[in-house]
Design a protein around this ligand. Structure first.
Ligand code: C5P
Length: 228
């Protein structure tokens, strides 16, 4: 078991999600459910799949502050341990999400997504962001942390940049992880679980290397063992 491992269950199927949560939870700190699952099955499906286990609900909220605060309040009864917002929503939106999360009886963490890793320098230029991804990641991370976000979702190759700029305090949750020898899928720049933890990740997010393994539970157990 490793508390640092987050298993990403990217399936829209309720039964499969439930089975994966059951099988994987003993080996990881949290299980991540996202938009494709939540939009199909909603809060009732979430509760059925989650079975009371610690969940990272990755919906990447992005709207006006009042709406995002309301969305966070609507999600709180689900009991997720971590929620995501887009830092690009700006200071007031981030602060509103954090304040809404602060009304919970536990401490759900608000994590900010900075620049989607699917956006390269050219794609950013096209939407009016000059200077490339690293500069924009730092800019948005600063806005997020200054406004109370507990941490950031970042690529493995941004860990050093963010630790240098912001120190040990922000929780860094890092997808784009591949065990040595695993298929890359659509991931171009990856680190192994050990490399990412050594670089300063608090949590690593691993999806397909677990869910598409012949034995997902054994795959999760092996990754957990590698970072213990
Ligand atoms: O690639 P993999 O299946 O391990 O992805 C696990 C999770 O991490 C997925 O839910 C995916 O959306 C997310 N991810 C991400 N940023 C990346 C790569 C994957 O947020 N660069």
């Amino acid at each position: 078991m490793s508390r640092r491992l987050i298993a990403a269950i990217d399936t829209p199927e309720l039964d499969r999600a439930g089975a994966l949560v059951r099988g994987l939870s003993p080996h990881c700190g949290l299980v991540k459910l996202g938009l494709e699952f939540f939009l199909r099955h909603g809060p009732a499906g979430f509760a059925e799949a989650a079975q009371g286990q610690p969940i990272f609900l990755d919906l990447k909220l992005h709207d006006i502050p009042n709406t995002v605060a309301g969305a966070v309040r609507s999600l709180l009864p689900l009991g997720a341990e971590m929620l995501t917002i887009h830092a690009g929503g700006g200071a007031k939106m981030i602060a509103a999400a954090v304040a809404a999360a602060g009304t919970a009886t536990w401490s759900p963490k608000i994590l900010a997504v900075t620049v989607l890793t699917s956006l390269d320098e050219a794609a950013l230029a096209e939407i009016g962001v000059a200077g490339g991804p690293a500069q924009q990641v730092l800019r948005l991370a600063r806005v997020a942390l200054d406004n109370g976000a507990d941490g950031l979702v970042c690529s493995p190759h941004e860990i050093a940049l963010l630790r240098d700029a912001f120190g040990a305090r922000p929780i860094l949750v890092v997808p784009g992880i591949r065990p040595a020898g695993a298929a890359l899928g659509d991931q171009a720049r990856v680190m192994t679980p050990e490399q990412a933890v050594k670089a300063g990740a608090d949590y690593i997010v691993v999806g397909r290397p677990i869910t598409e393994a012949a034995d997902p539970v054994a795959a999760a157990a092996a990754i957990a063992a590698s970072i213990r």
